[in-house]
Design a binder for this molecule. Structure first.
Ligand code: BJW
Length: 257
């Protein structure tokens, strides 16, 4: 059972925050029915090495298999709806923008559900499953490809070049513009919340560490399960994000009233 004083204390502090960064992971979409990254490797996919499904080496070895995994996930993401956690974050951003304060989401999720819920200031650290780019081409060559299912696998462009999902795989650099912006916000925010991430994959997992190092921010974690970050944060809310975020926003609104 959560100590509600911790949520209340976080809400009081959050209501005074001028610059908020929320870092989200797969757990935030779990209540929309989208399996987390680790859970997406169950069933038929359990026999595949996760690093091979999400690395350029694995893709080049067997693009059709990797694309089948992405097709399955695209179908589940297409069918999903934003949940109350996504909606609370979108409402919180609108409230903060209206107050002339800053509110940014840095998400590891590739599903686009934050944007569908109405969030505008979203940094997609690991790209988007709804975009593709030619294999070997940089982020600047990405374009939207939202057909689901795709007419053929693996997809190719009009010149016959193999297309890949515009996501960031293991061993690949993040888009430096996204990483740079997220790092800068982490260093200068006054509240950073990590919601629904196992906090094991870098550089995204570095965001709360940068905020703690800079010393000016309160750092909170929302996750029903403890993570490697849990022992370092000022506030830990062990609830599902679809319950914690709306409750936090309700209390913040109470403080602002
Ligand atoms: C709830 C909930 C609810 C459930 N409410 N919560 C050692 C060896 C090899 C590599 C490395 C190494 N050390 C560091 C690296 C680098 C590597 C890395 O960090 N590896 C770690 C595994 C150790 N990082 C990289 O390679 C990155 N690039 C990089 O570092 O470049 C520089 C470089 C290049 C070359 C050489 C050296 C340096 C790139 C990382 C890209 C990650 N990409 C993926 C795939 C994206 C596309 C796709 O989805 O298909 O991103 S991997 C996967 O993990 C995906 C996710 O975004 C990411 C993080 O997962 P997330 O979001 O935390 O989800 P889960 O599933 O792990 O956890 C869900 C959590 O939710 C759980 O805690 C639940 O409890 C919780 N939850 N329900 C709230 N209702």
């Amino acid at each position: 059972m959560i100590a509600t004083w911790e949520l209340e204390e976080l809400a009081a502090l959050a209501s005074r925050a001028q610059r908020i960064l929320v870092s989200t992971g797969a757990g935030v979409s779990a209540e929309s029915g989208i399996p987390t990254f680790r859970d997406a490797q169950t069933g038929l996919w359990a026999k595949h090495d996760p690093v091979m499904l999400a690395s350029v080496e694995g893709f080049r070895r067997d693009p059709a298999t990797v694309w089948r995994w992405y097709e399955e996930r695209r179908a589940s993401m297409r069918a999903a709806q934003p949940n109350p956690g996504h909606s609370a974050l979108a409402q919180w951003e609108a409230l903060w923008t209206g107050l002339g304060r800053e509110f940014t989401l840095a998400t590891q999720n590739i599903d686009g559900l934050h944007q569908r819920a109405g969030s505008r200031s979203v940094i997609e650290l690991h790209g988007s499953i709804w975009e593709v780019r030619p294999d070997g081409g940089g982020f600047e060559h990405a374009f939207r490809l939202e057909d689901c299912p795709l007419p053929s696998l693996p997809p190719v462009d009009s010149g016959g070049r193999l297309l890949r999902p515009n996501v960031v795989w293991f061993g690949e650099m993040l888009d430096p513009r996204n990483q740079g912006r997220a790092f800068e916000l982490a260093r200068r925010c006054d509240l950073l919340i990590v919601a629904g991430s196992s906090s094991v994959v870098y550089p995204a997992a570095a965001l709360p560490l940068l905020a703690l190092e800079a010393g000016g921010a309160a750092v909170a974690e929302i996750n029903p399960q403890p993570t490697e970050l849990s022992g370092l944060v000022h506030y830990r809310i062990p609830w599902p994000s679809g319950k914690a975020l709306p409750e936090l926003l309700r209390r913040i609104e109470g403080h602002l009233a």
